[in-house]
Design a protein around this ligand. Structure first.
Ligand code: HSE
Length: 401
């Protein structure tokens, strides 16, 4: 345990903020206290003393007795303003805001260098799984070839309950929202955006490659049906929403798609809101980290671990990124290192053939038509998937085979 006292200004007291409050109150030996909490809604009843709260962000940002800002609000652009101001004031920041981090990584990296402050964010990917610090520290010299996993608790919870409990998609999505797993806008979860933000962060810490969210393809489970789940089940497979990032020659392939996962994979047996990250290295070989990926206390515990790390002045070293930068200060456009032109085998369920017009289908291995459902198993040019991905009206369900 470090010896520095931490006085925290907290932004947000939603699911994760309250989780942090609870785990901090039950932690032993950590010299950290929450001094003030900034929230938006003046009418909401809170479970702790009203004196903790302020509605004015400047009241926290201008205090000089705080040495850490913990940002846990869900508006990514407002979060960015808070984090930018705090870092420019020379204060270290802990956040779990994967959207903000993914959308603004270059600037956030530069703010760390310019102000010599820490920005740490273990809770932003994999919930309670300590993956970012492991990629940074444990695998700092390991030649990693692949990082992939179940990174969204909401998707995994929905898929699990649809399969194991025969429940309806919209009913279990509501339960995921009520349990505090889903984002306020659950489209971010089900359409694969949340998985993509986390995959982007893991790609930085695993490979030192910085991408923009638009560089990474994501489709989700928003159109999954029981037929798809049954198709997988009958073949001994399970549908899992995965973020994948791996080396392909001297380039990388990075994308987020539902996948058919077979029984031999450890990812096959990860259920409900649990997440799992599989890391593969040249010498360590395959290792899988499993843990709760969403929810108040699991995410709160990852945030607490970051706060604890600040008591000994921890910062990410960004060793792989620095190596890739080779002395340059400016982060290069990582998209040029990404491979887009390759063939990927997909299961595609559709209503009418026109929906597939924008896809470059290279070959069809299986085709099924009936009154209720049509699907193909086809090899498709990956690049052409960008033409159709996440159009809310396309109603396709796409799954990597
Ligand atoms: N909505 C996210 C999930 C929360 O379901 O995984 C944790 O990042």
């Amino acid at each position: 345990m470090g010896n520095k006292n931490i006085t925290i200004g907290l932004f947000g007291f939603g699911c994760v903020g309250q989780g942090l409050y609870d785990v901090l109150n039950h932690s032993q030996g950590l010299k950290a206290t929450i001094e003030k909490i900034c929230v938006k809604d003046k009418t909401k009843k809170r479970k702790i003393d009203a004196n903790y709260f302020t509605y004015d962000k400047e009241e926290i940002l201008k205090r000089d007795n705080l040495n850490v800002i913990v940002e846990l609000i869900d508006d990514a652009s407002e979060a960015m303003k808070i984090v930018r101001q705090a870092m420019n004031n020379g204060v270290s920041v802990v956040t779990a805001n994967k959207k903000m981090l993914a959308e603004n990584f270059k600037e956030l990296y530069e703010l760390q260098v310019k102000n010599n402050v820490a920005l740490i964010y273990e809770g932003s990917a994999g919930g309670s799984i300590p993956i970012i610090r492991n990629l940074e520290e444990y695998y700092d010299n390991e030649l990693l070839s692949s990082v992939k996993g179940i990174l969204n608790g909401t998707c995994n919870y929905i898929l699990t309950r649809m399969e194991l409990e025969n429940k309806d998609y919209s009913e279990v999505l509501k339960d995921a929202q009520a349990s505090g797993f889903a984002e306020s806008d659950p489209w971010l979860d089900v359409a694969g955006f949340d998985t993509k933000f986390k995959t982007l962060l893991l790609t930085i810490h695993a490979f030192g490659v910085v991408l923009l969210p638009d560089d990474i393809l994501n489709t989700g489970i928003q159109n999954v049906s029981y037929d798809d789940i049954l198709y997988a089940k009958q073949r001994g497979l399970r549908i899992k929403m995965l973020g994948v990032s791996f080396k392909s020659g001297d380039k990388f392939r990075v994308y987020c798609l539902p996948h058919f996962v077979d029984r031999d994979s450890e990812l096959n047996n990860v259920f409900y809101e649990y997440n799992a990250v599989e890391v593969e290295g040249a010498y360590s070989c395959k290792q899988t980290f499993v843990g709760k990926g969403a929810g108040s206390h699991p995410t709160g515990s990852a945030v607490l671990s970051d706060i604890s790390a600040l008591t000994y002045d921890y910062k990410y070293g960004y060793k792989k990124l620095r190596k890739a930068l080779n002395g340059n200060q400016k982060i290069e456009d990582g998209a040029k290192l990404i491979e887009y032109d390759f063939s990927i085998k997909l299961y595609i369920r559709f209503q009418n053939r026109e929906q597939l017009n924008d896809l470059e289908i290279l070959s069809i291995e299986e085709e099924y038509k009936s009154a209720n459902t049509n699907y193909i198993i086809a090899n498709v040019n990956f690049k052409s998937l960008f033409n159709i991905y996440n159009k809310p009206d396309n109603k396709l369900f796409i799954c990597a085979v």
